[in-house]
Design a protein around this ligand. Sequence first.
Ligand code: IMP
Length: 204
Amino acid sequence: MGHLLTDLTIATFNAGKLIEYRTMLAGIRLNVRALSDFPDVADVEETADTFAGNAILKAVGYARATGSVTLADDSGLEVAALDGRPGVLSARYGGENTSFAEKMSLLLNEIAKTGSSDRRARFVCVAAIADESGKILHTARGECTGMIAAEPRGKHGFGYDPLFVPDGFEMTFGELPDEIKHQISHRAAAFAQIIPYLRDNTAV
Ligand code: IMP
C-alpha cells in the first residue's frame, strides 16, 4: 500500500455530478475538492472514443495539473435503438451549446425515425483515480439500465434524467427523489467499487 490519501480532487465542472459525489463520499475522511478550486487549470480534452479512455485521460491530466490525487469519470447515455448513441458524445449531442431540453427532443426524434419500439437504454459511468504523477490507482465501471420515456418528466437530477426510467421503477430520474437516484445510479454502481479502495487507503 502507498501513502494514505488525505485529499481528493473531483475532476468535474458539472454541479450535478459534484453533488452526487460529495453525497457518496460523505462517510470517508477525505478533504474533497473540485476543479473550481483550481481556477488556473486548463481543460483536458475528452478525445478518446470509450468511457474508460476519457476517464483515464481526465484523471491523469487533472491529477498532474492540480498536483493532487484526482478522481475523474466519464459517463453518458447509451440508447439501444441508436446502437449505443449518444454514448461518449452525450454531453455534446446536438452540439455543445444546445440545452438538455433540445438534446432530449433530438433524442426522441432520432429514436422515432428508426421506427424501432425498443426503448432500452443504460447510463454508463467509468471512474478512474490517478495520483499526482499520473499513475492510475484504481478504475471502476458502473451501469444503470432502464427505458427511454415517451417524453421528459420531472425536474430532479440533471442532463437526460427526465427521459430515463430506471428498471424496477415507473418514474423517471427526473421525478424520483435524489436519494433513490444516488443509490442506484451508474455513478453509485461505479462508486460502490471505489469506496473499498478509498476506505483502505485513508485514515479511519
Ligand atoms: P461527461 O461529463 O463527459 O461524463 O458527460 C456526461 C454527460 O452524460 C452529461 O453531460 C449528461 O449529458 C450525460 N449524463 C451522465 N450522467 C448522467 C446522469 O446521471 N443523468 C443524466 N445525464 C447524465
